[in-house]
Design a binder for this molecule. Structure first.
Ligand SMILES: Nc1ncnc2c1ncn2[C@@H]1O[C@H](COP(=O)(O)OP(=O)(O)OP(=O)(O)O)[C@@H](O)[C@H]1O
Length: 257
């Protein structure tokens, strides 16, 4: 598998606090890569640097060989990285379909000319976007809720909608920030199955931050472990699970609670 995303020497300091220190890792094409670590390890900071939400103090971020460090979040999306957030970022008064269509148009906007003058190109772009929406809704089991207002969905469905919006941008890499937070065990299992299915169906590559260990162990091809801003381990799920440094980091975090 080829490295799609290459992080090298990534460092982020907030005043005197080093949230991320000289971290390097890669996410491969077609793989589900997990980024884990105890609370405060630097996972969200790492996501924020990759998506352009925060500037890095130093280090490089390359996507498909291109340096995307320092680009605005909007430009990062145009390069093919999509992110879903921990908190629901949907428009609650819009329907499920409208929310997903927004994602589809984010990556392939109709353009001002097309919107003003219409024409075959605009109709074609809109047709493609609507087709993407149908596919994504089906893949995430949301078709029956297409016309419901997003704000009225059950929590588990709202989380899936967040993923659907990201998926609709047809990302080269989908970044998932704690997609299983707050889900019950059945919903977690269902989510794991669904994620594996959409990975195969859409040829998706995923970078996921998640506290839910069973989910991570079940779906990831490769796992990177952070602790106190440093990478302490990476490898296949079984190797990472049995790594003494990883066990110690998690036990230490538990004892600190
Ligand atoms: N904007 C900020 N300003 C100052 N410090 C910050 C900021 N964002 C994060 N930090 C600090 O950086 C460190 C890493 O935080 P981060 O949120 O990246 O960890 P995390 O692994 O995502 O944690 P969690 O699992 O709890 O979400 C923490 O010590 C945190 O307090």
């Amino acid at each position: 598998m080829n490295a799609l995303l290459e992080i090298s020497g990534l460092t982020k300091r907030f005043g005197g606090l080093t949230a991320l220190s000289d971290v390097s890792f890669g996410a491969s094409e077609g793989a589900i890569t997990g980024l884990i670590g105890p609370n405060g390890a630097g996972k969200t900071t790492c996501f924020n640097l990759i998506t352009g939400t925060l500037p890095a103090t130093s280090g490089t971020i390359r996507f498909r060989g291109q340096d995307i460090g320092g680009l605005s979040p909007h430009k990062v999306v145009e390069h093919g990285l999509a992110r879903t957030f921990q908190a629901a970022t949907t428009f609650p008064a819009a329907t499920v379909r409208e929310n997903i269509l927004r994602g589809a148009l984010l990556r392939h906007p109709l353009g001002l000319g097309a919107m003003v003058f219409g024409g075959a190109a605009a109709r074609d772009a809109e047709r493609k976007a609507r087709q993407t929406v149908d596919e994504v809704m089906e893949a995430l089991d949301l078709t029956e809720h297409a016309h419901r207002e997003a704000g009225t969905l059950a929590y588990g469905h709202q989380k899936r909608l967040g993923v659907a919006i990201g998926l609709a941008t047809r990302p080269g890499l989908l970044l998932l920030d704690e997609p299983a937070a707050g889900l019950n065990p059945d919903e977690v299992d269902r989510f794991a199955t669904m994620l594996k299915e959409i990975r195969t169906r859409f040829g998706l590559s995923v970078l996921i931050v998640e506290h839910h260990m069973r989910l991570i162990m079940r779906i990831c091809d490769h796992i990177v472990v952070l602790d106190h801003g440093e990478k302490i381990a990476e490898g296949a799920p079984e190797a990472v699970r049995d790594d003494p440094k990883v066990i110690e980091a998690y036990l230490g975090a538990d004892h600190a609670k």
